[in-house]
Design a protein around this ligand. Structure first.
Ligand code: HEM
Length: 490
């Protein structure tokens, strides 16, 4: 069996290291010893002797597989932990864990109500390691969102979204949206109260899309509200279209990293890059590190999943709405916006502007002179820190003020609410951002990239604050409470 596999690998293009074909000097194309087709065929179909020991055989397959993902040699400085933090690789590994555990979970799952819920109960109590499998799937999915966002931040803060990596940034944005979609569709599958009402709140956001909101909502839900057809629709999306698209994009993303000349090169502020960076072989330098990192994370995820169970409430009851009914945590920032803006502005305009901003970013922020330097410079680091602190203060103050003091609709009683509660507050926020940007430009003498950095950090921290308020500070009636004085949900 081994022999057949090795022979196949050889025929399909893998060359054992002990008889690599001669290669042209100016390209990587192997030179054929003879241009007669029969000779060529014979040469191709009769591989040289294969390694005879198990270790040699395993190495042959593994090495050639790894070299499909990585180049044979990489610049030594890209091995620095403090540059990538291994976040892209970790995201890839989490996707792998999710696919593997997902396939096992699927064996014991029926996407109909109430069987879906009963299957989960059954999985937890009657299937060997069923509970652990579900926990690993659940926590890996949540971790993936955090890791993908951290990876996006690392790429932005080191300027790695700039030319020539703009297209890969776009693939990344699409992958992040798909990761959110995968999480959201998976959220409904246990068919418990938590899932049912979170998806009810989450999908209600779609209805605010102009013109297509209503039909799109119906298409997604398979009816006017969340029900058994929604479960089937979400299941289908969750196990077929979304993973397929994610896998396709992930392949493109990895391929582009290589096409763009490998990772951007890390440097310290003020450090010049040498002409030809020192290179080391991928095997073992990079692969060994990746292996250790992956094993440590795998162990951490399994340990965490042994001790912390994925949530499961009572079976979904469409007649019993919990108070408060919250969307999944990663959409709580948007749900929080709904409490401050007209729904169209909160659910469509602001998220639309955010995604558009992410798409346009690599085409507007293009100065390549600081690529590879965390926060562009020492000054950039201070600006980013200052922006984060300011946003923390201003966003929290605005949430409190809007809750207790600001009454746009009372102050503009005759205006349609899309204006009084939508356009006017949005314009007010826009003016504050404009004023801050002008201040960074004039008072801090900020250049273009420092202004982009300031705004990006400000908006990102604002999103974090809104999400944190939604998770920990909103209680019954979606009113504000201190977390330690939070009344029990009903
Ligand atoms: C969601 C799943 C994702 C996976 C599995 C993934 C995977 C990877 C990997 C393995 C690398 C190379 C190593 C590293 O930088 O850590 C990488 C680089 C890169 N990723 Fe991602 N990524 C994901 C999401 C994103 C997102 C959300 C963005 C940005 C919007 C992004 C943009 C980039 C860019 C521009 C690079 C090249 C960085 C450089 O050259 O320094 N990726 N990604």
């Amino acid at each position: 069996m081994h022999k057949i596999f090795m022979r196949l690998a050889y025929i399909l293009g893998e060359n054992p290291p002990d008889r690599a074909p001669r290669r042209s000097r100016c390209s990587n194309v192997p030179l054929m010893s003879d241009d007669r087709p029969l000779e060529r065929m014979k040469e191709r179909l009769s591989p040289p002797p294969l390694p005879t020991d198990d270790r040699g055989r395993a190495r042959l397959v593994l090495d050639t597989l790894i070299l499909h993902l990585h180049p044979a040699r990489i610049p030594k400085r890209t091995l620095r932990w403090t540059y990538t933090w291994g976040l892209g690789g970790l995201a890839g590994m989490l996707i792998g864990i999710l696919v593997t555990t997902g396939i096992f979970l699927e064996v014991r799952y029926t996407p109909t109500a109430p069987d879906a819920y009963l299957d989960i109960l059954n999985l937890r109590s009657d299937v060997w390691f069923g509970d652990l499998l579900r926990n690993i799937h659940h926590w890996s999915a949540n971790l993936l969102i955090v890791v993908a966002v951290l990876h996006l931040l690392r790429v932005f803060f080191t300027g790695a979204h700039r030319p020539p990596r703009e297209v890969n940034w776009l693939f990344g944005v699409a992958m992040l949206l798909l990761v959110l979609a995968a999480n959201f569709t998976g959220y409904l599958l246990p068919w418990d109260q938590l899932a049912f009402w979170a998806i009810t709140v989450g999908t209600s956001l779609v209805s605010y899309l102009p013109l297509i909101g209503e039909p799109l909502g119906r298409l997604l839900l398979g009816g006017p509200e969340v029900g058994p057809t929604t479960l089937l629709n979400f299941y289908t999306l969750h196990i077929s279209f979304i993973p397929l698209a994610l896998f396709g994009l992930m392949s493109l993303h990895f391929w582009r990293v290589r096409k763009d000349g490998g990772l951007s090169l890390p440097r310290r502020a003020g450090e010049a890059l040498e002409g030809t960076p020192e290179r080391v072989t991928t095997i073992p330098h990079l692969v060994r590190r990746e292996g250790i990192y992956a094993l440590v994370w795998l162990a951490a995820i399994v340990l965490f999943s042994i001790f912390v169970s994925a949530p499961l409430e009572g079976i979904a009851d469409p007649g019993l709405s919990p108070n408060p009914a919250k969307a999944p945590w990663y959409f709580l920032g948007i749900q929080e916006l709904l409490l401050h803006f007209h729904p169209f502005v909160a659910a469509v305009v602001i998220p639309g502007l955010a995604v558009t901003g992410l798409v346009l970013l690599p085409f507007t922020d293009v100065d390549t002179s600081s690529v590879g330097i965390w926060f562009r410079s020492a000054r950039g680091r201070s600006i980013a820190l200052f922006s984060a602190g300011l946003s923390l203060l201003l966003t929290s103050a605005w949430v409190a003020a809007d809750e207790f003091v600001i009454r746009w609709t009372d102050w503009l009683p005759n205006w349609p609410s899309i204006l009084s509660n939508g356009v006017v507050p949005l314009a007010a926020v826009g003016l504050v951002l404009l004023a801050l940007d002008t201040w960074v430009r004039d008072r801090l003498d900020g250049n273009a990239e420092e202004r982009v950095l300031f705004l990006f950090v400000f908006l990102f921290v604002a999103l974090l604050v809104l999400t944190a308020v939604g998770i920990w500070f909103r209680g019954p009636g979606m009113e504000l409470f201190w977390p330690w004085a939070m009344p029990a949900a009903t």
